[in-house]
Ligand binder design. Structure first.
Ligand code: AMP
Length: 286
């Protein structure tokens, strides 16, 4: 059994802790999260453990990445349970700041990544990625990690963060982890707990549809991205009474451009509402 991680809420104290450890020659891997941790988050922490001497995790529900009609207020928070989960792994530092610590009075700066934030979740959640890139930049400046680990479930976020790191010369290596799933295929998400039992029963239809379409592409029964999108929508509609499709789209994982032909970077991405709960998932098609 490992011990509970050190929890720091103040950014100056965090920075000093990091500096002291860097001075001792330690490398740091960082996992940013919004808490309410599940096995998907823990997989990122396990990867971080392998990458560097020390692992830092942030737990912060970032208000600026939520739209005015989104679930910022209801978003589940459970710091004590999160710390218990992290105590089963090797975590050296948890940075858990307040809103005032991250956005003090007078805060007016936004980090914006263009183009890559236009499609998919960027189109449906205006301002979302500005909130993400702003908070991730701040966290990178506070933690100054050698590595940062993100989940492939949020594949647009991963692409956007990688681009931001390149464009703004952050000295951090971005690593990723495959999506961790329930046994029925549903991608783990802190938002799954909003689902009613009927919605929870139907929600695996997203990953089932993505997997089925991947199979059909492999068998040459689907030969174009538009067929893949149509078939995915069809499977979801036919196998769920409460799913409402937000988007189903094939794009290139490299630049998030729509594609007319499959190549080895084609990703099929989905966002589907079950009631008010919006779930996302994706699969590499080739
Ligand atoms: P969140 O707390 O939802 O902001 O997620 C924090 C990090 O965990 C992000 O890099 C997500 O992509 C990643 N993540 C969330 N769910 C999963 C999952 N099911 N499998 C792997 N990574 C995940």
């Amino acid at each position: 059994m490992n011990s509970f991680p050190k929890v720091i809420k103040n950014k100056k104290i965090t920075r000093n802790w990091i500096l002291q450890n860097k001075f001792r020659g330690k490398t740091i891997a960082f996992v940013p999260t919004m808490g309410y941790l599940h096995k998907g988050h823990l997989a990122l922490v396990e990867k971080a453990n392998k990458l560097a001497d020390l692992t830092a995790v942030s737990i912060y529900v970032n208000p600026t990445q939520f739209g005015p009609n989104e679930d910022f207020q209801e978003y589940p928070r459970s710091l004590d349970q999160d710390l218990e989960k992290l105590a089963t792994l090797n975590v050296d530092l948890v940075f858990a700041p307040s809103d005032k610590e991250m956005y003090p009075e007078g805060f007016v700066t936004t980090v914006h990544v263009d183009k890559l934030t236009a499609p998919l979740c960027g189109a449906r959640r205006p301002g979302h990625f500005d909130g993400v890139t702003t908070i991730v930049s701040k966290l990178f400046n506070i933690i100054n990690p050698d590595f940062a680990v993100f989940g492939e479930k949020d594949f647009q976020q991963l692409t956007v963060v990688k681009r931001m790191v390149k464009d703004l010369d952050f000295v951090v290596e971005i690593e990723s982890c495959p999506t961790v799933r329930e046994s029925d295929g549903l991608a783990l998400s802190s938002r799954n707990q909003y689902l009613t039992s009927k919605q929870r029963k139907e929600a695996p239809v997203i990953s089932q549809a993505l997997n089925r379409v991947k199979e059909l592409v492999a068998q040459n029964q689907i030969t174009t991205p538009s067929e893949a999108e149509a078939k995915t929508k069809n499977i979801i509609k036919q196998n769920s009474t409460c799913a409402k499709i937000d988007y189903i789209q094939c794009l290139s994982a490299d630049n998030l451009h729509e594609v007319n032909n499959f190549d080895n970077s084609t990703v099929l991405a989905a966002a589907v509402f079950f009631g008010k709960t919006r779930l996302i998932d994706n699969i590499k098609l080739t």
